[in-house]
Ligand binder design. Structure first.
Ligand code: SF4
Length: 375
């Protein structure tokens, strides 16, 4: 089969297969730029089932770009809580504001204009331009890299040159005229459902033209690059209860977990015990003198290449108790609150702090403390 015939076969077989097998996902009911955009950003690093639940809640709360543009940032972060990478939610709002002001609420359709919006990279721009506007623009994600590297036996690491350009070139040339929307989704859907890490080649609609299958090396493609090393981080956090209230602080507007609320703490330095680190962190960040009490738990959490081990303590003010604590110094935070334990649910927390809050409620840990619930 020559190249043209092979391309034509791939196009038709994938379009037919997609028409018969595509999953009925909520953002496929109406291909609007807003729904495509939210779905694409939300599904990055998120399992499909979980992502669908988040997507439905988000669309109820923020049905269009105007609703996102006007919403308080804290509402967006709360709706995003648990998905991680909170910069994505902030970028959605920044981009929605540009769409409302510069484009009067109408999404641009060119990939160049889409890419100029905050947080929209080549993949998301390609997805919006092709899915919502049916423009012949590629969108290359991990699924597409895997499928194309197998179909065309690309034998060098897919994230670097020359494989990267080869894959992009194939993804452009393969788009059938007038069918970008369905074809791009078909490629991604094939990667998600059939050409998975362990491929289901017997169920594949394009197995006749798959080079890696012919050579018996499907599972050796795609060729991975060198992985970044995992960085272990030991950290500590403390839940301070005073009278009937808990102390929480809002993180700074820049950096990791920007703008989310947390129980203060920080990294354990070399040679320190978790308890010593806790006392130092609360002093350095807030000018609060505290003593660690019961160790509540140790949580493990992965964040990008970091593997965080978080030691969690109940803490109290060092005796003698101040009658009313001074306002904290807030050197690493932008705001603070004294809240009742039940109010924690209303604040957007990073995943490990949400786990800790759930544990406090589940084990009724605060009930036994002076001033805690039920005490
Ligand atoms: Fe992937 Fe197998 Fe289909 Fe080739 S034949 S594209 S390896 S599922």
């Amino acid at each position: 089969m020559d190249t043209d015939a092979r391309f034509a076969f791939l196009q038709q077989a994938l379009l037919d297969w997609f028409a018969a097998h595509r999953r009925p996902l909520p953002w496929r009911e109406h291909y609007t730029p807003y729904s495509t955009w939210i779905a694409e950003v939300m599904m990055q690093q998120t399992q499909m089932e979980r992502g669908v639940a988040y997507y439905r809640r988000w669309m109820e709360r923020f049905p269009d770009a105007a609703a996102v543009a006007e919403a308080p940032e804290e509402d967006l972060l709360k709706a995003w809580e648990g998905l991680g990478y909170y910069r994505r939610a902030r970028n959605i709002q920044a981009a929605a504001r540009v769409i409302m002001t510069r484009y009067k609420g109408r999404f641009p359709s060119s990939p160049e204009a889409l890419r100029a919006l905050p947080g929209i990279g080549p993949y998301t721009a390609g997805a919006i331009a092709s899915t919502a506007f049916n423009r012949p623009v590629p969108c290359v994600d991990g699924n597409v890299e895997r499928v194309l590297s197998r179909l065309f036996d690309i034998d060098s690491p897919v994230k670097t040159e020359p494989a990267k350009s080869r894959i992009l070139d194939l993804a452009i040339r393969l788009i059938p005229e007038g069918r970008a929307r369905d074809f791009n989704q078909a490629l991604m859907e094939l990667g998600a459902l059939v050409c998975r890490k362990k491929p289901l080649c017997e169920a594949c609609p394009v197995r006749q033209v798959c080079e890696a299958l012919r050579l018996g090396i499907a599972e050796e493609r795609p060729v991975a690059g060198r992985r970044a090393g995992v960085v272990p981080v030991e950290a500590v956090t403390g839940v301070l209860l005073h009278e009937t209230k808990l102390f929480i602080q809002r993180r700074l507007d820049e950096g990791v977990w920007a703008g989310l609320w947390e129980f203060p703490g920080g990294c354990i330095e070399s040679g320190e015990t978790p308890e010593q680190a806790l006392i130092r962190e609360w002093r350095e960040e807030l000018d609060f003198e505290v003593d660690p009490g019961e160790k509540i738990t140790v949580l493990r959490h992965g964040y990008t290449t970091y593997r965080i081990t978080l030691h969690c303590f109940l803490i109290r003010f060092r005796s003698p108790l101040p009658p009313c604590p001074e306002p904290p110094a807030l050197r690493e935070a932008s705001a603070y609150r004294w809240i009742s334990p039940e109010e924690l649910d209303g604040f957007p927390l990073p995943a490990p702090h949400r786990k800790l809050a759930d544990l406090l409620a589940e084990r009724k840990i605060l009930c036994g403390m002076p001033g805690g619930q039920g005490a």
